[in-house]
Write a protein that binds this ligand. Structure first.
Ligand SMILES: Nc1ncnc2c1ncn2[C@@H]1O[C@H](COP(=O)(O)OP(=O)(O)OP(=O)(O)O)[C@@H](O)[C@H]1O
Length: 482
């Protein structure tokens, strides 16, 4: 089956939702039911979803990535760290946390390459490892370094470190991102989080003493090691660090091409890997709209505006120029949307994201700069206005970026919707190929019956709202506060 039509779920071929005892997997199951329901079939079913369903039910279900057989208490963590995790209401570890932490903390330290679906708590996993490795009797000596591909993600990780480490005194964390550090002054923090360019810069200018660094984390590691992207910078940084440093690589995706290189970058690493068909998060209802042509995409986007603002939404486009242009048109048409991309200066970017996090801005148009890692639990909808492409002349569908983009919703067991726009053979084939790569059954939203399409999306968004109110994201709040 090679085209999108083969991945559209029809009533007669809809796979039965995985059966699990109701009490064990209520959220995941309800989401699954939603995803296989056919538009224009027997009509909308009442969701069997209950706001009272707690995260602990989900975490008790072995079939989900939120379950772990291990308890925080059994991991040998310090009292302060345990208190920090529990204060964030991280009552139990998720699967990736439960599996990776004992390996990362074993002695002698060994490298680690860990893959887990978007929104399953990879940040808290490596942050807990970092905070366990640092000697806080020497709080101004740089000891751990975490690299991330964007300033926004670096800032978010900084917030999570401060939140999980709030009982550790004194905890000093520095953000090595453009414009954040005073020039020519030594960095006096035990933990540094930054983007590779700035980190390279401060090492070369001898602002950062690397001699005592013992842990290096690459978040979004496949992206960071990509030879077409930041691979070169990350390698240069690594080559300036002590040879014995423990290297921890985390991502939701490790394409084969990067996987082999990652093993060289982090030799002899423990490895936690997922199968391709395990990569998608069940809570995200993945849909698409077939637009007659490129112009119609804009009209459809405006039609979706009402739905976008029930919760919060992120619209992904290919270029900064189109982000600006779509924002300009939407604002002129009376909609409130903001745009964020790498052409804005650092402070503007920080401010825009802060306004999005606190809900002041509900709709954000952006490029791939925000495709990875950003954690805002109230995002209920992701729109792929342009299907992500890579390679020379955008010749190849970018399946990894698709997965990261849609992963901005459906965080830690919540539900969400992604809607991808196709309008010509190329975009149709690209989405089709992505769907085949991951075995996704995409639901087609029929714009001829708009009311029904709208109802269908609204259903999921309302669930997300209820979930976000019931279980607000702790790290999200932490990032807001920092
Ligand atoms: N053990 C836990 N219990 C409850 N909530 C948790 C736990 N661990 C993490 N979370 C929450 O899960 C959300 C997602 O976590 P995180 O951002 O680390 O995901 P991720 O796996 O890094 O995702 P991505 O691949 O998109 O970067 C965060 O809002 C965080 O507060």
């Amino acid at each position: 089956m090679s085209d999108l039509a083969s991945r559209i779920t029809k009533p007669d071929e809809a796979a039965p939702a995985e059966k699990q005892p109701e009490a064990e997997a209520p959220v995941a199951e309800a989401q699954n039911d939603g995803a296989i329901e056919e538009l224009g079939g027997s009509g909308l079913q009442e969701p069997e979803w209950d706001v009272e369903v707690s995260l602990s039910d989900l975490q008790n279900n072995e079939a989900t990535p939120f379950h772990s057989a291990t308890r925080w208490e059994d991991m040998g963590l310090s009292e302060d760290l345990l208190k920090g995790l529990l204060a964030l209401k991280f009552l139990k570890p998720s699967k990736v946390q439960g599996k990776s932490l004992p390996l990362m903390l074993s002695d002698p330290p060994r490298n680690m390459m860990a893959q887990s679906q978007s929104g399953t708590g990879k940040t808290a996993a490596f942050v807990t490892a970092i905070l366990s490795r640092v000697d806080f009797s020497n709080p101004e000596q740089p000891q751990a370094l975490a690299l991330a591909p964007s300033r926004e993600l670096a800032r978010q990780i900084e917030g999570v470190i401060k939140a999980i480490g709030r009982f550790i005194k004194p905890l000093k964390v520095a953000a090595a991102i453009p414009g954040a550090l005073p020039r020519d002054q030594p960095v006096r923090s035990a933990v540094i989080v930054g983007t590779p360019g700035t980190v390279m810069d401060i090492i070369r200018r001898r602002q950062l003493d690397v001699s005592q660094l013992r842990v290096l984390v690459l978040d979004e590691a496949d992206n960071m090691l990509d030879q077409q992207g930041m691979g070169d910078q990350c390698l240069r940084v690594k080559n300036m660090l002590p040879k014995s440093i423990q290297i921890l690589l985390f991502s939701a995706t490790f394409p084969d091409k990067v996987g082999a290189y990652a093993q060289k970058f982090a030799p002899n690493a423990h490895s936690l890997k997922l199968q391709r068909n395990e990569l998608t998060v069940k809570g995200i209802s993945q849909m698409f709209i077939d637009c007659a042509d490129d112009n119609i995409k804009y009209d459809v986007l405006c039609k979706l505006y009402g739905l976008m603002t029930i919760g919060q939404s992120v619209i992904f486009v290919k270029t900064r120029e189109s982000a600006n242009e779509i924002q300009r048109r939407m604002v002129a048409d009376g909609h409130k949307v903001s745009a964020l991309h790498a052409a804005f200066d650092g402070n503007e970017r920080d401010e825009l994201l802060a306004k999005f996090r606190n809900g002041e801005n509900k709709v954000l148009i952006t490029t791939n700069v925000l495709a990875r890692g950003i954690d805002v639990s109230t995002v209920s909808m992701v729109i792929n206005y342009d299907i992500p492409m890579k390679g020379r002349g955008d010749s190849e569908p970018d399946a990894e970026t698709y997965l990261h983009r849609i992963g901005r919703t459906g965080r830690f067991g919540r539900v969400g919707v992604s809607i991808s726009f196709v309008y010509d053979k190329k975009s149709y084939d690209a989405l089709s190929s992505i769907a085949n790569t991951y075995g996704i059954d995409l639901v087609r939203l029929d714009t001829d019956d708009w009311d029904e399409a709208e109802e269908r999306v609204k259903e999921v968004i309302k669930k997300n709202r209820a979930q976000a109110a019931y279980a607000p994201s702790a790290t999200d709040n932490a990032a807001k506060a920092s």
